[in-house]
Design a protein around this ligand. Structure first.
Ligand code: NYM
Length: 212
């Protein structure tokens, strides 16, 4: 597949508030690309399977307490520990669909009051996504979807702060997707956008690094 010698997989990120539908949409998107014969993998951050990920997971479920800066750096370390595999996969032609990435890292920590530039710094040098799909929904509507669980951050007032920090991060490779619509409608829209992006990367669009 792909005619250019610089052909590679695409790095596609799904972002949004808790319960915006990211997880459903990212797995449907992965199935869709697989069905077309593309090499594709679905990853999620935090990756709770590593030892850093386990520290994060116990923090999120309130089983442990950590300083806000410390947990921010753990989330970042959890991406760095996957960086080399991420680049290998992309170079090998595999498209990666990421359920959350550095934008979540910055948006959630900033919502706690940490400094924006401080939050962005540890992410510098990670592979930059070719496309960020931001699933837009109000915290009230997200909360209605079966309600929030017991994890940290799942509160309407906090989610409103997260929206504000996402707005600061918005870049030219972002697509804002109205996530209040029926699942199938959103799914179709994402398919078209992502397929375009996959083709561009097959044709050799260079991979860049954060924060670009
Ligand atoms: N989260 C996620 C962060 O605070 N920083 C990060 O870097 C990442 C990747 O963790 N509320 C937050 C956002 C979510 C929570 O995510 C766990 P999920 O998608 O529910 O597993």
């Amino acid at each position: 597949r792909g005619s250019s010698s610089n052909s590679r997989g695409a790095l596609v990120v799904l972002e949004g508030l808790d319960r915006c539908g990211k997880t459903t949409q990212s797995s449907r998107l992965t199935q869709y690309l697989e069905g077309l014969g593309h090499s594709v993998e679905l990853w999620r951050f935090p990756d709770r399977t590593t030892s850093v990920g386990q520290m994060i997971s116990s923090y999120l479920s309130n089983e442990s307490q950590l300083d806000d800066h410390t947990v921010h750096l753990l989330f970042s370390a959890n991406r760095w520990e996957k960086r080399s595999l991420m680049e290998t996969k992309l170079k090998g032609g595999t498209t990666l669909i990421l359920d959350r990435y550095s934008y979540s890292g910055v948006a959630f920590s900033c919502a706690k009051g940490l400094d924006l530039e401080w939050c962005k710094a540890p992410e510098v040098g990670l592979p930059a996504p070719d496309l960020v799909l931001y699933l837009e929904i109000s915290p009230e509507m997200a909360a209605e979807r079966g309600g929030y669980g017991s994890e940290r951050y799942e509160r309407i007032d906090f989610q409103n702060k997260v929206i504000k920090s996402y707005q600061v991060l918005l870049g030219s490779n972002w697509q804002i997707v109205d996530a209040c619509r029926p699942m199938e409608v959103i799914e179709k829209e994402l398919q078209e956008t992502v397929l375009d992006c996959v083709k561009k990367c097959q044709n050799g669009a260079p991979l860049s690094h954060l924060w670009s």
